[in-house]
Write a protein that binds this ligand. Structure first.
Ligand code: ATP
Ligand code: MG
Length: 567
């Protein structure tokens, strides 16, 4: 084997099948050795995690082989599109860590060229104006095994077609009155070749071109040609476009030659358990107020995941892990959650927060004494440093961490029992105070002054370690506990049911009056990541202020602490 061949084979290792195809084209010197991909969102909604998979592919393969990736807004339907979506799409791609430089394009940039091509095809007898309704056209389409029926308008003269198409665009006819169709083959085995619609009349202002146009190209007539006009070499999309590929090639051939021709390659979509991914359904959730907007932390949108506290790295790691194939599959949302935990474990600052507080009075601790104890910010990251946390006579612990009549293996606080307060002292329970209904109001303890960390007594072993906050110094906060938005594993498969019936009523619980350590009042800024020790990962919501702290629970902690204690 020649040396460069060995190198090649090694370089090819670990490529997914799309990368492999791109690599082969580059090796074969196609398109002059150029590589240019594009990500083509329609600005009719916010991006979701499925789009992230496409983004990682489109930008990723370009990065890998030294090519470029364009951002092209596929803005061919003004009725559903909006600049709000354009802006959110830009922000989300950047947040994921990709950049398109100055290569931001719009299918609407090509409306003039597409229109010219349509005129040319009419002149060459390859397109005609059909006066039938869309229902009539659909009825004539046939089935995969039965040929379609030709339209009575199919053999109009070139002059008449030119005249009618120009008048369609001049606004002379109502929406739905006429369409422009490609004259291909009503008997083709591929349904997409049965005289597909190229243009329709839409009389709705476009967010970029205003009222310039009254006819708009269909996806199949716009996409391949836009790729061509832009110099795209590899047009990577999802599997549902496989049957469109011959038509893509058919239209592109009207423009391309041997020196340059874009190529469509398809991979499997991302589908996630307990999630819907259809933009139409997500829009419905937003419009009907069933969630608090596109960036509701329960939404599978990039903006929702960002607000929830997911990191871009965890999303990219997850997508790497599931990979790209040619078969549709349903991926488990727990794989994504696993990737989120993994990354948050590495990057989040450890803090103390008590979700359901009960007061503990340490009766042998001086009344007005305050000690500062030092807390590690992140044991996973030696560079992360420490912060100070006040300790005093009255503290809060979790109500669940105390039991008056505990079962045998309860290693938390109980009468006469001892626990360690993390970072501070060992305390022993000496009694409780109850209200008239028997609810515990206060717990009384004594502390052992020799057990503070750093002192020899700190080596003394007790089974349980609790998180806590100093009552006088703790700050009130609100916690929003998010869970899966749907309580059915594959909502899209339940075709008999309205997807809104499958919403999980427990997907959001708001807990007011949690007690957090004062460090958070100063340092909790949106998009920062915290681990509330023994509880889970949290991020300050965008509406959180130092006066009113609001934390979104990103994800619960797998409680390895407690597990380790049970051994
Ligand atoms: P629609 O076209 O119905 O509005 P869409 O989800 O296809 O919805 P687009 O804006 O057209 O939205 O998608 C842009 C790109 O993202 C396309 O190339 C599409 O194939 C890809 N994409 C969309 N959903 C997924 C998904 N679940 N997994 C992977 N890629 C996806
Ligand atoms: Mg689409």
């Amino acid at each position: 084997m020649a040396e460069n061949e060995i190198e090649e084979t090694q370089e090819k290792k670990g490529l997914n099948f799309v990368e492999q195809m791109v690599w082969d084209d580059l090796q074969a010197g196609k398109n002059g050795g150029r590589l240019n991909t594009r990500f083509p969102p329609e600005p009719n909604g916010y991006l979701h995690i499925g789009h992230a998979k496409a983004i990682c592919m489109d930008f990723g393969v370009a990065e890998k082989f030294g090519g470029t990736c364009n951002l092209r807004f596929d803005d061919t339907n003004p009725v559903k599109e909006d600049v709000e979506y354009v802006d959110s799409i830009r922000e989300d791609i950047h947040w994921l860590g990709f950049d398109w430089g100055d290569r931001e394009y719009y299918a609407s940039d090509y409306f003039p060229q597409l229109y010219d091509l349509a005129i040319r095809l009419i002149k060459e007898g390859k397109a005609y104006v059909d006066d039938q309704t869309s229902e009539e056209i659909a009825r004539q389409k046939g089935t995969p095994t039965v040929a379609g029926t030709e339209s009575p308008y199919r053999n109009r003269s070139v002059e008449e077609n030119l005249d009618l198409f120009q008048r369609m665009n001049a606004g002379e006819f109502e929406e739905g009155a006429r369409v422009l169709r490609a004259k291909i083959d009503m008997a083709s085995d591929n349904m997409h070749f049965r005289d597909p619609i190229m243009y329709r009349i839409i009389k709705h202002p476009h967010h970029r071109t205003g009222t310039t146009w009254n006819v708009y190209p269909m996806y199949d007539f716009a996409h391949g040609q836009s790729d061509y006009f832009e110099g795209v070499t590899h047009s990577i999309c999802t599997l549902e476009f496989v049957p469109h590929r011959p038509l893509y090639e058919h239209f592109v051939k009207e423009l391309a030659d041997e020196s340059y021709c874009p190529r469509q390659i398809e991979f499997n979509r991302l589908n996630l358990t307990y999630t819907v991914m259809s933009k139409r359904k997500l829009l419905q959730l937003v419009k009907e107020g069933l969630v608090a907007g596109w960036d509701d932390p329960r939404m599978p949108t990039i903006s929702g995941m960002r607000r929830r506290g997911f990191t871009p790295r965890s999303i990219r790691n997850f997508i790497d892990k599931i990979g790209y194939t040619k078969y549709e599959a349903l991926n488990s949302v727990s794989l994504l959650e696993h990737a989120v935990r993994d990354d948050l474990n590495a990057v989040s600052t450890r803090v103390m927060a008590v979700m359901n507080p009960v007061k503990v009075v340490i009766t042998n601790y001086p009344e007005d004494k305050v000690e500062m104890v030092e807390m590690e910010n992140n044991p996973e990251d030696p560079q992360s440093g420490t912060h100070q946390m006040p300790f005093s006579r009255e503290i809060f612990i979790e109500r669940d961490d105390f039991m008056e009549n505990p079962p045998k293996k309860f290693f938390r606080l109980a009468p006469e029992g001892e626990v360690r307060l993390k970072g501070a002292y060992i305390i022993k329970c000496t009694g409780v105070k109850k209200d008239a209904d028997g609810n515990i109001e206060e717990i009384y303890c004594t502390y052992d002054p020799e057990t503070r960390s750093g002192l020899p007594g700190s080596m003394r072993k007790v089974k349980g370690t609790l998180h806590w906050v100093s009552a006088a110094h703790a700050v009130d906060a609100t916690a929003r506990l998010y869970d899966r938005l749907f309580n059915v594993e594959n909502p899209a498969a339940e075709t008999e049911r309205d997807f809104r019936e499958m919403l999980n009523p427990e997907s959001l619980k708001v807990v007011e009056g949690i007690k957090v350590e004062p460090y958070l009042a100063e340092n909790a800024r949106p998009l920062e990541h915290f681990q509330f020790q023994r509880i889970g990962y949290f991020t300050p919501d965008k509406d959180s202020t130092p006066e009113k702290l609001i934390f979104n629970r990103t994800i619960a902690l797998k409680d390895s602490w407690e597990k380790a204690q049970k051994k």
